[in-house]
Design a protein around this ligand. Structure first.
Ligand SMILES: O=C(O)[C@H]1O[C@H](OP(=O)(O)OP(=O)(O)OC[C@H]2O[C@@H](n3ccc(=O)[nH]c3=O)[C@H](O)[C@@H]2O)[C@H](O)[C@@H](O)[C@H]1O
Length: 447
């Protein structure tokens, strides 16, 4: 097994494709046409297009994705932002090759999807640091503040990692990347995350976590060589289970949110592609990952922001004042788990879309094994921030949250020595240090 790298980044500084307006062909045609009628038609069409893409329903801040150069215009509700960037060309190919170049003996070349995301950024840096070739892919959607994703991108650029701007639903783009680079591995972290947001924008979950995953697997199964794939599942697949700690052997057929259901679907889809095409697939069930460069939609992150702002913190509790708790897992431990899973992933067995023999299929819990009540999380933040939180205790809403998570990690420990070492107090201290350095120490931070 390769050496695992610890990826401290506390002091340094997922997904439909991009839409490219085919303006040029229209412009060409207009130039060569003397017909006033055609010109009028063009102006009219342009106005409709402009109206369509500026209209709040399609370009408002809460949709999930960008549309790819090759994907068609869709009325998919999951769109969060539309961009007109494109990929291709010699300079672009050079950047792709340079980023994916392996710099150590027996190194991997890894395509990291969701590379501008929280876990994706940390994993990419860790891989690069040990000499693997890393190419990122991200659609930079605005599910949360894209400027944070851009800052992570800048961080990766400084490590020599290029992030291709594109979407996992963009098959021509993915095919092109596999044509350029014989990736040994795919670290698939692009996804529509967040448990509660699934009620607001369900189609974004289907689009990224199901359609996008299938699209990626379609391209991987036809690639030659086929890569081994490690991908992000979720602790949420345990749903309404009450037996703790959660073991990989437990049932996962009672998801409490659409997010959980799409991750569970991903696990079944992984089974199918492993079975039919011989793809090596490893799913990682992450347990509430937190840390520097984290996701602003997660409780520890926006609690920090709101405590500093003097805003009240909604703390959920279950029926009869039942404790709501999470097995919060620090990002560096998760990175070690991801690298461990990559290092022990066996090769896919198929080629050219044909299975040649049985392939590896695994699922691991990556948690911390010590659940902490949400109210204790707030107490730790109060101490670290030296500000008293305005607590507003409320009933756990029926929007997908489960009461309790707790990982049994013995399988990951056995297979690749996974052993989390960061407790919540230590991890949050690093998070707060990063938060203050990133957003400034002013209490009334506004992000
Ligand atoms: O392990 C996962 O698979 C998931 O982990 C994460 O989900 P969760 O564990 O739900 O994290 P997060 O929202 O931070 O809520 C934390 C706690 O605060 C409580 N919570 C939340 C909001 C609030 O206003 N009040 C509150 O008490 C809430 O009830 C909960 O007890 C990822 O977001 C998700 O993408 C997925 O990866």
């Amino acid at each position: 097994m390769k050496q695992m790298s610890s990826s401290h980044m506390d002091n340094i500084p997922s997904t439909p494709g991009k839409f490219k307006m085919e303006k040029s062909s229209y412009i060409q045609r207009c130039k060569h046409s003397s017909s006033v009628a055609k010109l009028t038609f063009f102006v009219f069409l342009s106005l409709i297009l402009v109206f369509f893409f500026k209209s709040p329903s399609t370009s408002s801040s809460s949709s999930a994705s960008q549309y790819s150069a090759s994907s068609s215009i869709s009325s998919d509700l999951s769109r969060r932002s539309l961009k007109t960037s494109s990929w291709g060309g010699l300079a672009w190919e050079k950047r792709v090759r340079s980023s994916a170049r392996i710099r150590s003996r027996n190194g991997f070349s890894v395509l990291v999807t969701g590379a501008a995301g929280f876990v994706g950024t940390h994993v990419s840096v860790a891989l690069k640091r040990r000499g693997d070739g890393v190419l990122g892919l991200d659609n930079f959607n605005d599910y949360y503040d894209p400027s944070l994703k851009r800052a992570r991108q800048a961080l990766l650029e400084r490590s020599g990692i290029y992030i291709v701007e594109g979407d996992i639903n963009d098959a021509p783009l993915l095919k092109k990347l596999f044509e350029l680079i014989p990736f040994t591995h795919v670290m698939h972290l692009a996804a529509q995350a967040g448990v509660r947001y699934a009620m607001e924008n369900p189609s974004s979950y289907v689009h990224s976590n199901i359609a996008g995953f299938v699209n990626l697997l379609e391209v991987c199964k036809s690639a030659n060589p086929q890569p081994a794939i490690v991908w992000a599942s979720s602790s949420s697949v345990y749903g309404l289970n009450t037996k703790v700690p959660f073991s990989e052997k437990d049932r996962t057929d009672q998801p409490a949110s659409l997010y959980a259901a799409t991750k569970k679907a991903g696990e079944e889809i992984a089974h199918t592609y492993n079975h039919i095409y011989g793809l090596s697939l490893t799913g990682l069930r992450f347990f509430t990952v937190y840390g520097p460069w984290g996701r602003p939609d997660m409780a520890y992150f926006f609690f920090t922001r709101d405590i500093l702002k003097g805003k009240s913190i909604p703390i959920f509790e279950a029926a009869n004042h039942g404790t709501v708790a999470r097995d919060f897992t620090y990002i560096d431990d998760i990175v070690k788990g991801c690298l461990g899973a990559l290092d022990t992933a066996e090769k896919s067995t198929g080629s050219g879309g044909k299975k040649r023999g049985p392939a590896q299929l695994r699922v691991f819990n990556l948690g911390n094994t010590s659940p902490v009540p949400v109210s204790d999380l707030v107490s730790i933040l109060e101490r670290l921030l030296k500000v008293k939180a305005k607590r507003s205790v409320m009933k756990l809403p029926r929007n997908g949250d489960v009461q309790f998570t707790h990982a049994n990690i013995s399988f990951a420990r056995r297979e690749f020595g996974y052993k989390p070492t960061t407790d919540l107090q230590t991890g949050l201290k690093k998070f707060v240090r990063w938060y203050v350095s990133y957003y400034g120490s002013v209490k009334k931070t506004d992000q």
